[in-house]
Design a protein around this ligand. Structure first.
Ligand SMILES: Nc1ncnc2c1ncn2[C@@H]1O[C@H](COP(=O)(O)OP(=O)(O)OP(=O)(O)O)[C@@H](O)[C@H]1O
Ligand SMILES: [Mg+2]
Length: 258
């Protein structure tokens, strides 16, 4: 279980102060596919980056599996991060490494025996349906295939949690469905709890059992996905639903809208 308790974040850059999160409290239960939706600049990435402590809160606490991890450093922090995989919009694969070497990378840092790493990487590539491409380089794969490699890499350390920041925003609609199906399977079959940032209400509706709506760093609404869609409680949510999506972000979306 992931709990954020009264989390606030203020960015201070020279003479500028920006409040990115304001009194955010959330509980993400084991087994959830939990959606975070909101417009560009609402604070979605900032919120999720607090879960693996890529950002530290200005106020409030982060509790994971009943442990207060807010001040974790060093070994404790490394152990925590092993338990939390992360994938991004731009896939973030190592371009100089093959598909297989991308997936073994998190295991190499951990110092497992090499043969064992390779065996595990092949298993994960089978899971995402790409083992026959293990020798290729990222540039030789489609966007959807690259994201599947990124998912395999995120699973290398057998995490209980996975954070997905606009994981399908750069993909066309058919590829998006394939990647969402894979994430659902990872959730169901491996029991990985997911936090999914998306500006796409379609994506939220397709895979999330719960969603939170964030606006200006404040959670304005939270609940079961079908309830929020059927009976939105906040103006911000009603506006998002009326527009059909939070905001076009990828060029693909913009092309679709043009
Ligand atoms: N390192 C930083 N320093 C200063 N301000 C920041 C920093 N990171 C984010 N911000 C600001 O915090 C706010 C929230 O940013 P965040 O990246 O969380 O938005 P987002 O909801 O993920 O947006 P998008 O959908 O465009 O990715 C923005 O106004 C942004 O400019
Ligand atoms: Mg973001």
């Amino acid at each position: 279980m992931i709990e954020l308790k009264h989390v606030g974040k203020v960015y201070q850059a020279r003479d500028e102060r920006h409040r990115a999160l304001d009194d955010v409290s959330l509980t993400i239960e084991d087994g959830d596919i939990f959606g975070i939706i909101g417009a560009s600049g609402a604070g979605k990435s900032t919120l999720v980056r607090h879960i693996n402590l890529l950002e530290r809160p200005t106020e409030g606490r982060i509790i994971i599996d009943d442990k207060d991890v807010t001040d974790y450093q060093g070994k404790e922090l490394r152990e925590l991060r092993k338990n939390i995989g992360m994938i991004f919009q731009n896939f973030s694969l190592f371009q100089q490494r093959t598909v297989l070497q991308n997936v073994t990378f998190p295991l190499e840092i951990r110092g497992h025996a090499k043969a064992e790493n390779i065996e595990r990487a092949h298993k994960l590539l089978q899971l995402v349906g790409l083992d026959e491409m293990w020798k290729r380089y990222p540039s030789e794969l489609s966007g959807g295939q690259q994201q599947r490699v990124a998912i395999a890499r995120a699973l290398a350390n057998n995490p209980r949690y996975m954070l997905c920041d606009e994981a399908t925003s750069a993909l066309d609609s058919r590829t998006t469905i394939q990647v969402l199906d894979l994430l659902k399977r990872v959730n169901r079959e491996l029991g990985v709890t997911m936090v999914v940032i998306t500006h796409s209400l379609d994506v939220a509706q397709q895979i999330c059992n719960r969603i939170a709506v964030i606006d200006g760093g404040v959670i304005v609404e939270e609940g079961l996905t079908q309830d929020v869609f059927a009976n939105p409680q906040s103006d911000v949510t009603r506006e998002l639903l009326a527009r059909g999506k939070a905001e076009p972000q990828s060029t693909l979306d913009m092309e679709k809208e043009a």
